[in-house]
Write a protein that binds this ligand. Structure first.
Ligand code: EPU
Length: 338
């Protein structure tokens, strides 16, 4: 395989909002050596560098005047089998849901609740994707990265990644120089269903298979979330805010039905969807950007929206939730200006 280098490259197929923007350069690599070669070349080019996955958490606010890098490493290897577990290594460019399916087809369990999440395995380890009672950090054993500054490969054990809700060390500004090469997941060869999340808790564990959970999760997702191929979106645009217990108590006194979920000690996670809904945003539009009518956490491109339009809508939502509840919503989606 050789490096793929494109100039003035359309990014529409590389961002799930479906925004029609161009990158000055787009470079796709398949191996660690190719990545080093790409970085070497890019050091002589103008403009910044942006490494993307499937572009499911990005909002391009205009053309990207720099170099966009993407991994085409879609390898899948079983590194070891130990007792009832396996260690599976996935190249960072492997489509997340194909990976989940491949694991299940091999009888490797633990990721079935994360079925249907758009994106790639590399981003799963950066974002700490989570849904339906499972966070991927519970299944990650280590993350292999290339340090762009030193050119050295480095391996982070999961407990060095500072995993939290939708958070990892790789999201911090001082750790942006690490590019994920591959992720190793510790999975089980014995199926143990996780049915803690309310809609799944209705399923009977008797005779239940991991494929049944996958089917239920895919059906739940399609009932709530728009398909990016039909209506551009980046899933939850906002994170669920985590607030001090005192703030949560004050809100519960004023709004007795406000959903609250456990978080770390002394903190409570609130539902951004609920607050946005109570501010009356469901189904509202600004230009060609809209708040999805079935899940107000999701902002959608109604067709031909610009990144700036989506961002203006996001700011209007943030302001109104702050005015009503005194809670600041943080976007989960990264706005890219260049
Ligand atoms: N709600 C409303 N109005 C609505 C929808 C929801 O008031 O129109 C309230 C309900 O009270 C509901 C609560 O919001 O109980 C929470 O909704 P939901 O269970 O759908 O979960 P979520 O907090 O909206 C999170 C993740 C999703 C993930 C689901 C399932 C975040 C930011 N989002 O959503 O992740 O699929 O849980 O686990 O944590 C994503 O990251 O792109 C994503 C979709």
């Amino acid at each position: 395989m050789a490096l793929r280098i494109e100039n003035n490259y359309p990014l529409k197929a590389h961002n799930s909002f479906g925004l029609d923007v161009l990158a000055d350069r787009f470079v796709e690599y398949s191996t660690e050596d190719e990545l080093r070669e790409a970085l070497n070349l890019a050091s002589g080019w103008d403009g910044p560098l942006l490494h993307i996955g499937a572009g499911c958490n990005l909002l391009f606010c205009g053309d990207y005047h720099g170099t966009v890098l993407h991994s085409a490493n879609r390898s899948f290897e079983v590194l070891e089998k130990a007792g009832d577990t396996v260690l599976v290594r996935a190249g960072s460019g492997l489509d997340w849901d194909s990976f989940v399916l491949q694991c299940l087809e091999n009888g490797f369990f633990g990721l079935e609740n994360l079925s249907g999440i758009p994106g790639e395995t590399g981003s799963s380890a950066v974002q700490n994707i989570g849904a339906y009672g499972v966070e991927v950090c519970e299944r990650i054993e280590r993350v292999e990265v290339l340090d762009v500054e030193s050119g050295q490969k480095r391996v982070f054990a999961a407990d060095e990644c500072a995993y939290g809700y939708r958070d990892s060390i790789f999201k911090r500004p001082d750790h942006k120089h690490f590019i994920v090469l591959a992720v190793c997941y510790r999975l089980s060869t014995v199926f143990e269903p996780v049915l803690t999340y309310a809609p799944l808790s209705r399923m009977s564990p008797d005779g239940l298979t991991a494929m049944d959970i996958r089917a239920e999760v895919l059906s739940l997702r399609s009932s709530k979330l728009p398909d990016p191929a039909v209506l551009g979106n980046a899933g939850s645009f906002f994170m669920n805010p985590v607030v001090p217990l005192s703030k949560a108590r004050a809100l519960a006194a004023e709004y007795p039905d406000i959903p609250q979920y456990p978080a770390t000690d002394g903190f409570v996670k609130l539902s951004a969807a609920w607050m946005i809904d109570r501010c009356g945003w469901k189904g509202r539009t600004m230009g060609q950007a809209g708040v999805y009518e079935r899940q107000p956490l999701v902002l959608v491109n109604l067709g031909g929206a610009t990144g700036e339009e989506v961002l203006s809508l996001a700011h209007a939502v943030i302001d109104s939730v702050y005015d009503k509840f005194g809670v600041y919503l943080r976007p989960e989606v990264n706005a890219i200006h260049s």
